[in-house]
Design a protein around this ligand. Structure first.
Ligand SMILES: Nc1ncnc2c1ncn2[C@@H]1O[C@H](COP(=O)(O)OP(=O)(O)OP(=O)(O)O)[C@@H](O)[C@H]1O
Ligand SMILES: [Mg+2]
Length: 145
C-alpha cells in the first residue's frame, strides 16, 4: 500500500443530468495539476465519468471518492439505488437497460462498465439488489515487473 497523498469525495445525484459529469470534470482538473502521465489521467477520468453516469442514470444518490497515493489512484463509487441483479450480464459489452431518453442523450451503449474494467488495473463491483452498488477501481502509477 502506498502513502496516501490526497483524498476527495464528490456527491452525485441520481437523475440530475444537468450536473452529470461534474465529479469527473473536477477530478480531471485536480489530476492535471499533479505530475501525472496523460494516459493515467485519461484512464482515471474514463472510470470516474462512466461510474458517475451510472449513478446519475440508475441510482438515487451516490459518491465518487478519489484517493491518490504515491503508487496508485483509487476510485470508489458507491450508490444507494436498485442494485444490479446479474453482474456478469451488466459487464457484457452492449448490455443496457437505458431508457430511450437516455439513448437520445447519447448514453446507453452498454459500454460503461466494460470500459471501467478495461481501464482499471484492479476492478471490483459489489451490488445488493434494492440497496445499491459499489464499484472500485485502482490504476497504478508505475508499471511494475
Ligand atoms: N450503479 C448502477 N446501479 C444499477 N444498475 C446499474 C448501475 N450501473 C450499471 N447498471 C446496470 O448495468 C447496465 C450496464 O451498465 P453500463 O455502464 O455498462 O452501460 P449503460 O450505462 O447502459 O450504457 P453506457 O455506459 O454505454 O452509456 C446498465 O444498463 C444498468 O442496467
Ligand atoms: Mg453506463
Amino acid at each position: 500500500m502506498g502513502q496516501e497523498l490526497l483524498r476527495k469525495t464528490y456527491q452525485v445525484h441520481g437523475r440530475n443530468f444537468d450536473k452529470a459529469g461534474e465529479a469527473a470534470s473536477a477530478i480531471k482538473q485536480l489530476l492535471k495539476e499533479l505530475w501525472l502521465e496523460a494516459t493515467i489521467v485519461h484512464r482515471v477520468v474514463v472510470v470516474a465519468f462512466e461510474a458517475e453516469m451510472n449513478v446519475v442514470m440508475y441510482a438515487n444518490e451516490g459518491t465518487v471518492t478519489l484517493v491518490v497515493t504515491d503508487d496508485d489512484i483509487q476510485l470508489e463509487i458507491s450508490d444507494q439505488g436498485p442494485g444490479i441483479e446479474d453482474i456478469a450480464l451488466a459487464l457484457t459489452e452492449g448490455y443496457s437497460t437505458a431508457t430511450s431518453e437516455m439513448r437520445e442523450m447519447g448514453f446507453g451503449f452498454g459500454m460503461g462498465l466494460p470500459n471501467i474494467r478495461k481501464n482499471s488495473d484492479l476492478f471490483h463491483i459489489h451490488s445488493v439488489v434494492g440497496t445499491g452498488t459499489l464499484v472500485s477501481s485502482v490504476i497504478r502509477l508505475n508499471a511494475r515487473a
